[in-house]
Design a protein around this ligand. Structure first.
Ligand code: NAD
Length: 344
């Protein structure tokens, strides 16, 4: 059995993680959850924002599934998500966005993997505020080392997964030195993989191109804030925030989480779509080499998504979070490990 740290999070977090736990239990996935809270949920229970027990669990297990955590806007504590990514140097944020047969959108053939640099840029925490003068300086620190690491990771991924093209997204026409560091790093990574095409796009043009013809792109690499915004945009191309997974990867630690946040507008109603966190959990299973189980649950999930009635409201269905999870569980019977269909 593999011990995995589970952070149930805030808002819809506890509801969608219950769905993942139910599916894993039904599939008899050899995972033991080591549950620890963080952020508001932890504070309300009288503990630290990031309790020492959570850090111990992460250090011990080296792999976690994390539900979204609420961050106060314009005041309050520093994002727990950003703190965890920086503390464990989870420098790669990988967010695949792929069209799904059962989810109808105006695009039919999207298959993107976004690599977002996860620890630098405008998330460096270098903000200086002079209340008297009414000035705030936010420093977007970019380093050679950070850019090289994310570009290398994206090219290595592209090579391993037989991807054809890597697009670097920047604003080097205005942010000239930061842009140059990123583009130089990309050229250095690309030189190791001459069979993979390298191109670059300015962020504003990239947004238009993605909305217009997303099928022309393959692997994307960008800095932290652009990556945050682009990943929500990419979610919109393939069915919305309820379906897109993500992974925060470092040298020897990985925390898997959906792209979406804690969705306070629907929290507590039992209607959130658990697909995004379930897909994140499937990325986790691949990470711990449980490929057979990952493909089996994925097949059951895809079958469920084909039936709109069985889906949650964001996908046009009427199912609750746990009803959706139950449909996935029911569909497990149709597949053997590896996702191979079992004859009826
Ligand atoms: P959000 O992603 O929580 O919600 C945006 C919209 O998408 C809402 O209408 C919501 O109902 C919908 N949505 C999101 N997930 C859904 C799901 N699984 N099923 C159905 N609908 C879903 O973005 P927000 O409202 O801007 O942020 C809310 C809070 O989440 C903020 O405190 C923010 O800081 C935090 N946040 C956390 C993370 C994280 O923990 N990694 C990521 C993003 C935002």
């Amino acid at each position: 059995m593999k011990h995995v740290t589970l952070i149930p999070g805030d808002g819809i977090g506890p509801e969608i993680t219950e769905a993942v736990k139910a599916v894993f239990e039904a599939a008899q996935v050899p995972v033991v959850w080591d549950v620890h809270n963080a952020g508001l949920a932890s504070l309300e229970a009288g503990n630290e924002l990031i309790p020492a027990s959570l850090i111990d669990s992460l250090n011990k297990n080296r792999v976690a599934l994390k539900a979204p955590i609420t961050t106060p806007v314009g005041k309050g504590f520093k994002s727990i998500n950003v703190q965890l990514r920086q503390k464990f140097d989870l420098y790669q944020n990988i967010r695949p966005a792929k069209s799904t047969e059962g989810i109808k959108t105006r695009y039919g053939n999207v298959d993107l993997v976004l690599f977002r640099e996860n620890t630098e840029g405008l998330y460096s925490g270098l903000e200086m505020y002079d209340e008297r003068l009414g000035i705030s300086d936010s420093v977007a620190r970019i380093t050679h080392v950070g850019c090289q690491k994310i570009c290398d990771a994206a090219f290595e991924y592209a090579h391993k997964h037989n991807r054809k093209k890597v697009t670097i997204i920047h604003k080097a026409n205005i942010l000239k030195t930061a842009g140059k560091i990123l583009l130089d790093a990309a050229a250095k990574s690309a030189a190791r993989f001459p069979h993979i095409k390298l191109e670059d796009k300015i962020i504003d043009n990239m947004c238009m191109q993605l909305v217009d013809r997303p099928e022309q792109f393959d692997v994307l690499v960008t800095t932290n804030l652009f990556g945050d915004i682009l990943s929500d945009l990419c979610s919109g191309l393939v069915g919305g925030l309820g379906v897109v997974a993500g992974a925060n990867i470092g040298r020897d630690m990985a925390i898997f989480e959906a792209v979406h946040g804690s969705a306070p507008d629907i929290a507590g109603k039992g209607i959130a779509n658990p697909t995004a966190i379930l897909r994140s959990a499937l990325m986790l299973l691949h990470h711990i080499d449980e490929h057979g189980q990952a493909f089996r649950i994925e097949a059951a999930l895809e079958k469920t998504l084909l039936n709109k009635e069985q889906c949650t409201g964001d996908l046009g269905g009427k199912a609750s979070t746990m009803e959706f999870a139950q449909h996935v569980i029911d569909n497990l019977a149709a597949y053997a490990p590896g996702g191979i269909a079992v004859e009826a």
